[in-house]
Design a protein around this ligand. Structure first.
Ligand code: PAF
Length: 311
């Protein structure tokens, strides 16, 4: 592992050349894709990657393809210089891949992909100059429930950009946070189904000391909303304890999570108890389930989850 300052690469071909050079020396590459505004959760993904490979690439790219026009692309927090500083002091990151626009195939680099929804269909278009991007990956079943219900554009955007990043970076191992549980499972399935030569590893969700799951979006919470949002992790821990103590009816566990979050002032998007791999709903607690939550506090949509493995 290198302790030098990370090299900043913004160009796809330069990135690919770097990776091929490393691989030609028989070395392995670990990859952590991010949208920036890095926090301890991201650093824990890098630490995880460092356990598996000799070289590390971190990408920073806010992917317009996974936001619909009504979502928070323009307000997504960004601090590229701060991110690079954090990576420098963390150490052991070889490359920060920070492309300007991964959907423009022309000379202009001006086109930006945008999504809108019309009659239940997603329509994508390129705003500005450039060559139109029209290939999208859909992980058909896994993308449908939970976050896919209220964010129909999201997973096809994630799967597509991750496939593009895998093709550019050509990593041996890629690390995804289990906080984005459905995203992690969607990517694992895509990699299996399309025979990508990369091993996908899920890394444990990281919490702040008060229990809030770490997220770049937490910065948008007011102190009061942050306090209220603690109801998510609290209710998940309580549900897990209840399940371990023999409460096995999922509808009852779901209801208690919903009630706690609503009582704290949150607006539920979903609370689901699903199988950890298939993400299909389960009625009775069994080994290998996960409770997944998405809820709004003010203008901030937070997600969280807790795995339950009872025998
Ligand atoms: O989890 C994220 O930050 C993003 O969805 C990802 C995986 C970097 C793709 O844009």
């Amino acid at each position: 592992m290198s302790n030098q300052e990370p090299q900043i690469i913004t160009n796809k071909q330069e990135m690919r050349n770097w990776s091929r050079n490393i691989r030609s020396q028989g070395k392995t590459i670990g990859f952590v894709p991010t949208m920036g505004y890095l926090h301890q959760g991201h650093l824990s993904l890098i630490k995880q990657a460092q356990k598996h490979t000799q070289h590390i690439v971190v990408s920073i790219y806010v992917n317009p393809g996974q936001f619909s026009q009504t979502e928070d692309l323009s307000t997504y927090p960004s601090d590229i210089l701060g991110d690079i500083e954090k990576l420098k002091s963390f150490g052991g990151v070889d490359v920060v891949f920070s492309p300007r626009n991964l959907y423009d195939y022309g000379e202009s680099e001006k086109g930006v992909v945008k999504n809108s929804e019309k009659d239940g269909k997603i329509v994508s278009f390129l705003e500005g100059e450039g060559v139109k991007h029209e290939t999208w990956i859909r992980v058909e079943t896994l993308e449908k429930g939970m976050c896919g219900m209220s964010r129909p554009v999201f997973f096809r955007g994630v799967a597509t950009i991750v496939a593009k990043l895998f093709n550019i970076v050509e990593p041996d191992v890629a690390i995804f946070g289990k906080k984005d549980y459905q995203q992690w499972r969607v990517i694992q399935r895509m990699v299996r189904d399309l025979d990508f030569g990369v091993k996908v590893i899920g890394s444990e969700l990281m919490r702040d000391e008060d229990g809030l799951a770490m997220s770049s979006r937490n910065v948008h919470l007011s102190p009061q909303e942050r306090e209220q949002a603690l109801s998510i992790s609290r209710s998940l821990f309580e549900a897990k304890l209840a399940a371990k103590n023999g409460k096995s009816i999922c509808s009852e566990l779901r209801r208690s999570v919903i009630e706690s979050i609503e009582a704290a002032g949150g607006k539920i998007d979903y609370v689901e108890i699903v199988d950890q791999e298939s993400l299909e709903s389960v009625e009775q607690i069994k080994s290998g389930v996960v409770i997944c939550v998405a809820a709004w506090f003010g203008k901030v949509r937070l997600i969280d989850n807790i795995e339950i493995d009872v025998s």
